[in-house]
Design a protein around this ligand. Structure first.
Ligand code: PEP
Length: 248
């Protein structure tokens, strides 16, 4: 049985004052799922101070594919480790779209996170045009394969996967539970198909769904057999909604 995991992606939102209120709200009531928040880099220290000793994890929204050196503006995985990060998002569609991140870059970022003991939350997903062209499995399969090629079996046993259809992110459009379940089952089966030694990894792999998850649609999505929780954007900015999703 895989425990449900609900991760908030704050994107480029927040302030020290607003975060203090939000974090206090999230900490106030225990949720049935494991909870974590992925926040802008400058707020990692605040999360470390506020969440250490709580059951809530924290992490970043990106990590450099490099480990150190002359890479102005980049943040390396060991730096995230200094701030107690458990998770880091890699390959979010906003990074792939606005920053030209390729499947190979995303896979390297996942590797860098794992080398620092941080769980990469590897995001995959198709655009609306790709879905309408019947390319969903080809697209998410290609994005996943780059990661499967780059990591060892032991490392694959430490990742989290997130299926986020690009057309559902921040749009208010959610994949139906059946649409999401079909892609999640496909992703799990792709991992298992790599060989018998990956059967156990595939069975244990947490696969989160992301894309306009709200308190009123989370329970149905999370009831599907291959949906192990959610990656939550907009609704993670309100403690009440985030907790409701964590209890869905
Ligand atoms: C996201 O940013 O990963 C996301 C799923 O956003 P939203 O929940 O707002 O669609």
């Amino acid at each position: 049985m895989r425990q449900k995991l609900v991760i908030g992606n704050w994107k480029m939102h927040g302030s020290l004052a607003a975060n203090a209120t939000l974090l206090a709200g999230i900490k106030a009531t225990p949720a049935r799922a494991r909870l974590a928040v992925c926040v802008p880099f400058p707020y990692l220290a605040q999360c470390q101070a506020e969440l250490t000793g709580s059951s809530i994890g924290w992490g970043a929204q990106d990590v450099s594919a490099e480990t150190r050196g002359a890479f102005t503006g980049e943040v390396a995985a060991p730096m995230l480790g200094d701030f107690g990060c458990t998770y880091v998002l890699v390959g979010h569609s906003e990074r792939r779209t606005y920053h030209g991140e390729t499947d190979t870059t995303v896979a390297t970022k996942a590797l860098r996170a794992l080398e620092s003991g941080i769980v990469p939350v590897v995001c995959v997903g198709e655009t609306l045009a790709q879905r309408e062209a019947g390319e969903t499995e080809a697209v998410v399969g290609r994005q996943l394969t780059a990661v499967l090629d780059a990591l060892s079996i032991e490392q694959l046993g430490r990742i989290v996967l997130a299926y986020e259809p690009v057309w559902a992110i921040g749009t208010g459009k959610t994949a139906t539970s059946a649409q999401a379940q079909a892609v999640h089952a496909f992703l799990r089966q792709q991992v298992a198909a790599r060989g018998s030694e990956l059967a156990e990894v595939a069975a244990r792999l947490p696969i989160l769904y992301g894309g306009s998850v709200k308190p009123d649609n989370a329970a149905e999505l999370f009831s599907m057999s291959d949906i192990d929780g959610g990656l939550i954007g907009g609704a993670s900015l309100k403690a009440e909604d985030f907790l409701a999703i964590g209890n869905a």
